[in-house]
Design a protein around this ligand. Structure first.
Ligand code: SF4
Ligand code: SF4
Length: 422
């Protein structure tokens, strides 16, 4: 336990050092509204359930994990104190927890096998894509296998416990009670102990693997849902520094005033590399489950463009793990690469229609669009890199005050003759 917590603490500090590199996003206010979203989207699994069959299976696995976590806490206390079933004093509540934990464990085994079949036999389309490497698939398979080991050992432990304690056993175990009679009395203690150790050791190994895999969403999805961007989905954030300049220019009293000395000029426009992303962008990237729901509804992806919103999240995560350690030690560190260009191409970024279908569909409320727009801002404002159609439009706005190629003086030409007639 000490080793496991030590390693986990190391990982947490590593992640904190990465978060320190990120920029601010929005204030965490409107707490009651956030709690409502948490209840609906995280605990209620409302977005997952939009696909009823597979959604229900995932939701049951999630709810099962919540119940089983109580049992895991009890095991840790049991292990530390040398006692057996310390929470049994809760009486009927304890029976409810053990009953649901035992049933959920059996269901989770079934669901994990179903998930493995979908991934490896049925080959569901949204599990494929350029970003879905062999490592992604191995990662998912490993996590599902570990969850199966956890659940099998849990039921095995319960069966061993019943075989050892018989009628004196605390709680109720609707699945394990059918297995307990199959255990010979002389083996009962060993079965109980062996499964207890397998279960607890797997928990400690699993919790240290999770932060380096897509299954980190087990930890991250609830905080990320709580930290949802509460602005309307289509509302893009203005760049404060640019807004301020425009306001100054529009105000005749300040149009020619020298720049305010207390406001430092922006170091960067938009997002070029991983140190330019906000803490919310990075939280999103860590939370991504790689489920592919966003990509499966993305009109750009569906029509054959390179863009995959899932890949954007995976790339941010990947880039931070490559550049983050160097940046955490030296803020000037560079490896001569950048997120935009080396990981995410301009072609991908300009394919986005900003329709927000990905945001709408993501079960953990990830906001892809604000990040895509910020990367495009960098391309436009620092690299002058935009599709020809947009460059023409920018020039028109600058010269004519409208996106069109006509002088504002000609705006009423269409009414020539009509007005004269009247
Ligand atoms: S907002 Fe962009 S990335 Fe998201 S679904 Fe629409 S086109 Fe795809
Ligand atoms: S961004 Fe959301 S919808 Fe897309 S793969 Fe990640 S978790 Fe799934």
């Amino acid at each position: 336990m000490a080793l496991s917590l030590g390693l986990f603490t190391f990982t947490v500090f590593r992640l904190i050092s990465f978060f320190k590199l990120t920029k601010t996003a929005f204030p965490i206010d409107r707490i009651s509204e956030r709690l409502g979203i948490l209840a609906l989207v995280a605990f209620g699994q409302s977005k997952i359930l939009r696909r009823p069959m597979i959604g229900l299976m995932h939701a049951l696995v999630y709810w099962g994990f919540l119940v089983i976590t109580v049992g895991s806490m009890e095991m840790i206390i049991d292990g530390l104190t040398g006692k057996e079933r310390v929470l049994s004093f809760m009486g009927p509540v304890y029976s409810f927890i053990t009953t649901s934990g035992d049933l959920f464990a059996a269901f989770i085994i079934f669901a994990c096998f179903a998930f493995l079949i979908r991934r490896h036999v049925m080959r569901v389309k949204r599990f494929s894509g350029v970003e879905m490497t062999a490592k992604s698939s191995a990662d998912a398979t490993m996590a599902l296998s570990m969850i199966i080991i956890l659940m099998v050992s849990l039921i095995g432990m319960n069966a061993g416990y019943l075989a050892v304690y018989g009628p004196d056993a605390a709680g109720y175990y609707p699945v394990a009670k059918y297995l307990a009679p199959m255990i010979a009395p002389e083996n009962a203690h060993f079965v109980h102990e062996a499964n207890w150790w397998i279960h607890i050791a797997t928990i400690f190994v699993f919790m240290n693997i999770l932060p380096y895999s897509k299954h980190f969403h087990i930890f991250m999805s609830m905080p990320n849902v709580f930290l949802t961007n509460l602005k309307p989905m289509t509302q893009l954030a203005n760049m404060e520094s640019v807004t301020r300049e425009v306001k100054l220019m529009m105000d005749p009293n300040t149009a020619f005033a020298p720049p305010a000395e207390d406001v430092p000029p922006p170091e960067r426009f938009g997002v070029k590399d991983v140190e330019d992303v906000t803490w919310k962008n990075y939280t999103d990237a860590l939370t991504c489950t790689e489920c592919g729901r966003c990509t499966s509804v993305c009109p750009a992806n569906i029509t054959g463009k390179l863009l995959s919103p899932r890949k954007i999240m995976i790339d941010v995560r990947k880039r931070m793990s490559v550049k983050g350690p160097g940046l955490a030690k030296d803020s000037n560190y560079t490896d001569e690469k950048s997120l935009v260009g080396d990981y995410i191409s301009t072609e991908e970024l300009w394919a986005c229609t900003t329709c927000n279908a990905c945001v709408q569909e993501c079960p953990v409320n990830i906001d892809h669009v604000s990040l895509i727009v910020d990367m495009r801002r960098n391309l436009v404002m620092e690299e002058s890199n935009a599709p020809a159609e947009l460059v023409q439009m920018f020039a028109n706005i600058e010269n004519n005050g409208s996106p069109w190629q006509f002088s504002p003086d000609d705006r009423m030409n269409w009414a020539d003759g009509i007005i004269a007639k009247q």
